[in-house]
Design a protein around this ligand. Structure first.
Ligand SMILES: [Zn+2]
Length: 328
């Protein structure tokens, strides 16, 4: 018959109810004798006992607390400074811990999946209650997973506080996982990070000159490629700028109404309400005044950045107005 040890490394005794929803399981170490942690000499002389009451994994939906009877051994080595020592149960529980290793693992995994508060709510429902802070503490204590050294990485801006503070995120593009966050986005920081690692073969980046310099210095043998997102993003920006500046010329192109494709589908916008129409006209008038002001000042030699700051408009809007030959 298959026998499963309910408590690893221990012999179990009585199981009792503890409160309306709990159980307590009494247990003691299976092995007789232990090594002194100071002199490593083995002792089987029991000096006394003490109790530990750690929490364990739930059973049949009930919270479980172990009643562990721990032996205290006497060290018989006359040269050893330690006279007694408690037995350790490393497969079950860490020294001085309040919960068993397997409960720590389960609660930490809940924390990784859900975070502190939500993890705490779930843990309470499945009879292994812990506060959100405790769950986060257990997550932080977990050993970091060992990852193979990356060879293909991507670097990009990462906003610690949008528009104010930016760092650099480094992503392992083969495993699709972020592997580091750097405190800023200067070429020196990127160069130092790359210089401390071997085997980087390809680095994907945006078209920033800072990153280009950092990668060239830190990983001179790595191939630098522009990532797809930035290629599409820059293409869209260029098309948008060009169409805004050529808006009036595009408007003068022959109408498609007489073409063969006309007549199919809707050619006019849905009718607007009176208030919509008024709002649209007012907005358009207001934007036209802004456009004329920006266009005049831009042609007089003011910089886009200064125009954006003095008008309070977004840099992209200012650029669109400044470059457009007619009101877009
Ligand atoms: Zn000793």
């Amino acid at each position: 018959m298959l026998q499963i040890s309910m408590v690893p490394g221990c012999l179990c005794g009585q199981i009792r109810r503890e409160g309306p929803l709990g159980l307590s399981v009494s247990a003691r170490g299976r092995r007789e004798g232990a090594r002194c942690p100071e002199c490593r000499r083995r002792s089987t002389v029991v000096h006394g006992y003490y109790d530990r009451r750690p929490l364990d994994l739930p059973v049949v939906g009930r919270q479980v607390r172990l009643d562990l009877r721990i032996r205290r051994y006497a060290c018989r080595n006359p040269d050893c400074p330690r006279q007694t020592f408690g037995e350790q149960l490393p497969t079950l529980i860490a020294p001085s811990a309040q919960r068993t290793n397997r409960l720590v693992k389960a609660q930490a995994r809940i924390g990784i999946a859900l975070g502190g508060s939500a993890g705490s709510r779930l843990a309470k429902q499945i009879a292994m209650p812990a506060s959100g802070d405790t769950i986060l503490r257990l997550v932080r204590r977990m050993p970091e997973p060992v990852m193979p050294a990356p060879t293909v990485i991507g670097v990009d801006d990462w906003a610690m506080k949008k528009r104010l503070r930016y760092g650099t995120i480094v992503v392992d593009l083969e495993r699709h996982r972020p592997i580091d966050l750097l405190p800023d986005r200067t070429s020196e920081t990127v160069s130092d990070w790359l210089g401390s690692r071997n085997g980087i073969e390809i680095v994907a980046r945006d078209r920033s000159t800072e990153y280009r310099r950092g990668i060239t210095t830190g990983a001179p043998n790595a191939v630098q490629v522009a990532d797809r997102w930035h290629l599409l993003h820059n293409t869209r920006q260029m098309v948008e700028r060009w169409t805004a500046s050529a808006h009036s010329r595009l408007c003068r192109l022959p109408s498609l109404q007489n073409a063969e494709t006309s007549g199919k589908g809707r050619t006019k916008a849905f009718p607007r309400t009176r208030s919509d129409t008024t709002n649209t006209i007012e907005n358009r008038e207001r934007r036209k005044v802004q456009y004329e002001d920006i266009r005049r000042r831009y042609l007089a030699g003011e910089k886009l950045k200064a125009l954006s700051r003095s008008t309070g408009l977004a840099r992209a809007t200012v650029r669109k107005f400044a470059l457009a030959e007619n009101f877009p």
